[in-house]
Each structure stands twice: as C-alpha cells, then as structure tokens.
Design a protein around this ligand. Structure first.
Ligand SMILES: [Mg+2]
Length: 190
C-alpha cells in the first residue's frame, strides 16, 4: 500500500464527537428515563426505547445545534488527527442532515481538527462504496461493504459495535486514534 496514495476516511459521530453522550442527556431530560452510555449496545438502540427514527434524528440535530456542549471522544484530537495526516490523505466523511453541517464545521474548528477535505453523504450505508483505502468508523454498517471491496475498516470501539466480530483481515477493532495510527503505520511498513 503506497504512502502517496493512501486515502483515509475519518468519521465524525462516535469517532471524533461523542454525540451519543449528549443525545442520551437530551433524551433522558425529555423522557424522564435513565439510559447509560454502556447500555447503548446496538446500532439502532433507539428502537428499543420506543421512538421513531425521526425522533432519534431530531435529538441528534438538537445535540449538534448545541455543538459547544458536544464532548470529544478522546483528549487531544487535534494532535491525533494531525498525526494520522502524516500517513496519507485524511478526509472527514460524514452522513448528516444539511442543517447541521455548519455546526459540524464549527465543532471541528473549535477542536482544531485539520483535514484534507470534508465529504457530506446522505446515509452512512453508502460510505463503504466511496474510494478510500482505510475507514476509521464506529458503524457496523461498514463491515460487509469493506470486506466485499477489500478495504480496511478500523472499527472504533464503542458499546454499540462490540457485538461485531473483527476476525477478518479487513476489519480490525481499535480503541483509540493512536491505535489507528499504529495499525496504519504497520500496514504501510509491510
Ligand atoms: Mg459514526
């Protein structure tokens, strides 16, 4: 795999921004029910709460409108993403409603996160079809597409993807962005 050509897709929700943490706060306030982060063990966890996808999305939008309160997943994201960029081209690739794009840009800027390009897509299901060598993502929806297209998925460890088996040579679980850096660096050295 050539250093020059390496294209890395970096996800936002669940990998850079800990959106679900704020989502849970908003939902608990609205519903009066308790939900712990570690209990969010499914991608479509909101179904188990008896809400519609529209209600789920509306709270996601609200969380993004409150971008100043949206925590990062890890400290020092700025340095960690900059380090990834020494390995190749890093594009932010994210699915979201148009009306929250501006808040996403503000959040990325506030956290000093640099990137080569930002790609807005309509649904995360189509992400694996994009032309990247490596996807850093928390979504289990990318697993099949990456295996089929022999692309590398570095699955960012979250409670909602822990049921995914990472035994394929194309799917590997990572617990931090530093680990992503080490894995990609190892791939390049081969
Ligand atoms: Mg995500």
């Amino acid at each position: 795999m050539s250093r020059v050509l390496l294209r890395i897709s970096l996800d936002v929700d669940g990998v850079l921004a800990d959106t679900i943490r704020l989502w849970i706060r908003l939902w608990s306030k609205k519903s009066g029910q308790r939900l712990d982060y570690e209990d969010v063990i499914e991608w479509n966890f909101w179904r188990g709460l008896g809400i519609t996808s529209e209600e789920f999305m509306e709270l996601m939008r609200m969380a993004w409108r409150m971008w100043r309160d949206l925590p990062p997943t890890e400290p020092n994201l700025s340095e960690k993403v900059a380090r990834l960029r020494t390995l190749g081209r890093v594009d932010i690739v994210t699915a979201r409603p148009r009306d929250v794009e501006k808040y996403t840009l503000l959040w990325l800027e506030a956290h000093g996160i640099s990137f080569d390009d930002i790609v807005w897509i309509r649904s995360s299901g189509m992400k694996a079809r994009l032309d990247y060598d490596v996807f850093i993502d928390d979504s289990p929806l990318l697993v099949d597409g990456c295996m089929l297209r022999t692309r590398i998925l570095l699955l960012y460890d979250r409670p909602w993807n822990r049921n995914i088996s990472c035994e394929s040579e194309f799917v590997r679980r990572i617990r931090s962005l530093d680990e992503a850096y080490q894995v990609i660096k190892g791939m390049l050295a081969r």
